[in-house]
Ligand binder design. Structure first.
Ligand SMILES: *[C@@H]1O[C@H](CO)[C@@H](O)[C@H](O)[C@H]1NC(C)=O
Ligand SMILES: *[C@@H]1O[C@H](CO)[C@@H](O)[C@H](O)[C@H]1NC(C)=O
Length: 371
């Protein structure tokens, strides 16, 4: 039946009963809407909330709900952020991991069986790895992934670059606290190699505007700062007012390069002028005069010398307070790193490397394996 038909029916003189019925229904609907509006919807203060919820409580109820939510959040953080009681818990050793003693075919079989038995997103899919069981300085940090030589992206063949650092990005301390509020913000690169290897990465990617960069590189031929610096304002196409940042590849700004100090010396745990060694502990404390209220980020890639330097740092209670975040390439011997010439670090094992990083975390260093 068409709608015109219905109205026609209702409007015809001999169907008065139907017309009254229609008025009744319309009146009932109007009353229902009016009552509903006054009972439930007249206290809406936030138009967005008004759309999102069917029943909107009044301001007092909102304040109570908010206070409850805040308490719940505070409690959940308090629970999660307590440090672990045992040093061993910082090693991130779990029973399902590769047994260093196992090898060859037997090991492959065990790994195959485990991967089909347990479906675990962390094993194969997550580039970033999972969080460690123990927080460091009250903050979450990545699990020490020994099976991947601490290089998840490369080991999982997500990327061909053995220097890939993507897996570190979610765990940076600078993403969890605002280091830019500190007056002095210092990046120290020990074993800087070429400018592009790490200094450029930290200048571009680390969420802190460093006021000073100190780079140690013993090989003068490696370290070459970029010849032409980049200036955002002038980097526009002539003749077009809308084409900022298009003329050439983005580089490092001139004012940033001026913050970089280079030392053609070897970072060490002790001074030796003849051998070109610098005691980095002394350099940090005395030469730079760094203190706990400064923001200090250190990257260390010093070809095995990290073992003695970090041993000294673990015995020095000032160092975990001064150094906010530490990135270390720990060198060890393992068949999977043979292609990179790491056999020379024998008899240091991959387990030793994990324990070193775990010990540093236990001592309060917010430390990552680099890269
Ligand atoms: C660019 O801006 C200047 C000043 O506003 C104006 O005189 C000129 O016509 C603009 N050029 C173009 C290509 O739009
Ligand atoms: C390195 O410097 C620190 C701080 O000045 C000092 O305590 C330490 O003894 C030095 N190390 C060596 C091996 O001299």
């Amino acid at each position: 039946m068409s709608s015109m038909g219905v109205i026609g029916e209702l409007c015809s003189a001999n169907k008065k009963l139907h017309v009254r019925l229609l008025y009744c229904v319309m009146a009932a609907q109007f009353i229902y809407i009016a009552v509903d509006h006054f009972v439930y919807h007249n206290r809406i203060e936030d138009p967005l909330l008004g759309c999102a919820c069917e029943y909107c409580p009044g301001p007092v109820a909102w304040a109570t709900a908010r206070a409850r939510l805040e308490t719940a959040i505070a409690e959940s953080y308090a629970e999660e952020r307590k440090p672990c009681k045992l040093r061993e818990d910082y090693y991130d050793e779990s029973e399902d991991e590769e047994n260093e003693a196992g090898s060859g075919e037997q090991l492959v079989q065990v790994m195959k069986r485990k991967s089909t038995e347990q479906q675990d997103a962390w094993r194969q899919m997550k580039w970033v790895g999972q969080p460690a069981a123990c927080p460091v300085r009250g903050k979450v940090i990545e699990k020490l992934d020994i099976q991947k030589n601490f290089r998840r992206g490369y080991a999982l063949r997500f990327v061909d670059d053995v220097e890939d650092k993507t897996h570190l990005l979610p765990w940076l301390l600078g993403s969890q606290i605002d280091l830019n509020r500190r007056h002095r913000r210092v990046y120290i690169d020990l074993g800087a190699n070429r400018f592009r290897t790490s200094v450029e990465w930290f200048l571009r990617m680390y969420p802190c505007d460093f006021t000073e960069v100190h780079a140690f590189e013993v090989n003068r031929r490696s370290w070459r700062p970029p010849r032409s610096a980049f200036d955002e304002v002038s980097n526009s196409m002539p003749g077009s007012n809308d084409s900022l940042l298009v003329r050439k590849k983005a580089g490092i700004a001139e004012w940033m390069l001026q913050r970089v100090h280079v030392y053609y010396k070897r970072a060490s745990h002790m001074d030796d002028e003849a051998g070109g060694l610098v005691n980095i502990t002394r350099f940090v404390k005395e030469e730079l005069g760094l203190r706990r209220e400064d923001a200090v980020v250190v990257k260390m890639d010093i070809e095995g010398n990290e073992w003695s330097l970090l041993k000294a740092w673990m015995e020095d209670p000032d160092m975990p307070l001064i150094v906010d975040e530490l990135f270390v390439e720990v060198h060890y011997a393992h068949p999977s790193m043979r292609a990179f010439g790491w056999d020379e670090f024998s008899p240091i094992t991959r387990q030793d490397a994990r324990r070193l990083l775990g010990d540093l975390r236990w001592k309060g260093f917010y430390v990552h394996a680099w890269p």
